[in-house]
Design a binder for this molecule. Structure first.
Ligand SMILES: Cc1cc2nc3c(=O)[nH]c(=O)nc-3n(C[C@H](O)[C@H](O)[C@H](O)COP(=O)(O)O)c2cc1C
Length: 337
């Protein structure tokens, strides 16, 4: 029995910060794919409302949560980074606070919410919740998945009792799921990472990262994945909540590559390479979520102004293949259905 209940082995990735919507989840169900809601960045109340709405999409769905380990902020490095980018913020009349802000994304409250009001699947990224949280969600009837980027993380996740793994290769768009934001993602093809995890561990695997068409999906299934999670391929679709500026950048031939950067949030993430990355990449700042909070107002202002030079343009290596139109068409195309 596959771990995810869907007709096709294709999963609409959770994409926090706007792109994941109820409409996208509904479109995924209608195409026979498995959808995730993005629980990260949302308040527990907003997540509860979204889960309530998702009960009406006509099929099973998952909720993704951030489970980042708290990291110590090097205050000297953080202040230097504030100085480094303050000129960019001033362009939007934004004054940056040199006080690092930390938070745990309300993880415990969100787990409690999903334990009280269970959903079919809960996945975690950036780290693992405690074993008791995993057990509580499973006791409530949920399948629990952990996102991992190495065989070591996969082993830790399996040891903590999860039902399955989302194995994310470094080609993936957006944040790396790495448990250690100070570590640079090791270069490896997603299919190879899937093979290694499957060789070492007996756990169902959902593969993610760099999918640019049905062939990539088949390759990942052949490597041992039971299904394939796609993010970037959905960013330009009708139902995604992607900002206009982000959509424009994905279609703009002036962007010629993606790169992994920490300059927007303090955590490695793959994005279209733009001026903000080029100007600040040398800073090597790894304070998540302090850098996320620091740059948030600037990124919001940049998005509103259509300033793609200062925006975090999350994209996987397959971004050129991201199509416009109904998400269900894209998902059926990927599933070769
Ligand atoms: C805009 C964007 C936001 C993302 N947000 C999340 C998230 O909230 N949680 C998560 O587990 N993964 C997130 N991801 C990563 C996806 O789950 C997935 O691993 C990735 O999109 C797969 O690679 P691809 O983009 O090349 O398809 C995000 C990806 C993108 C592109």
């Amino acid at each position: 029995m596959p771990i995810l209940d869907s007709e096709h082995p294709v999963v609409a990735a959770p994409m926090a910060g706007g792109p994941s919507t109820i409409a996208l989840a509904r479109a995924a169900v209608s195409a026979g794919a498995f959808p995730f809601l993005a629980g990260g960045y949302q308040s527990p109340d907003a997540l509860a409302a979204q889960v309530a709405e998702a009960r009406g999409i006509g099929g099973a769905f998952g909720v993704n949560l951030f489970a980042a380990e708290p990291t110590d902020v090097d205050e000297t490095a953080f202040e230097a980074f504030v100085d480094e980018i303050s000129g960019e913020a001033r362009e939007y009349e934004i004054v940056l606070s040199p006080e690092p802000i930390g938070d745990d994304d309300h993880l415990d409250e969100k787990v409690a919410l999903l334990t009280d009001d269970p959903v079919p699947v809960v996945s975690f990224t950036f780290g693992l919740p405690g074993a008791s949280a995993i057990r509580a969600l499973q006791a409530a009837g949920s399948v629990v998945l952990a996102t991992v980027t190495t065989t070591e993380e996969a082993r830790r996740a399996v040891d903590s009792g999860v039902n399955g793994l989302v194995v994310q290769g470094p080609a993936a768009g957006g944040h790396s799921a790495t448990f250690d934001p100070a570590r640079d993602p090791r270069p490896i093809e997603t299919a190879e990472l899937v093979r290694r995890v499957r060789h070492e561990l007996d756990a169902p695997v959902i593969a993610a990262g760099g999918v640019d068409g049905p062939r990539a999906v088949s390759e990942l299934i052949a490597a041992g994945a039971e299904s394939v999670q796609v993010g970037t391929a959905l960013l330009r679709t009708d139902e995604a909540g992607t900002s206009a500026a982000h959509r424009a950048a994905l279609a703009d031939p002036a962007f010629t590559e993606t790169t992994v950067t920490r300059v927007f949030t303090g955590r490695p993430a793959r994005a279209l390479r733009n001026g903000f990355i080029d100007r600040h990449q040398h800073a090597q700042i790894d304070a998540y979520p302090a850098v996320h909070h620091l740059t948030r107002a600037l990124r919001r202002a940049a998005a509103e102004a259509g300033d793609t030079d200062r925006l975090h343009l999350w994209a996987g290596t397959g971004w050129r293949a991201a199509r416009t139109g109904p998400a269900a068409d894209v998902l059926r195309w990927l599933a070769d259905a």
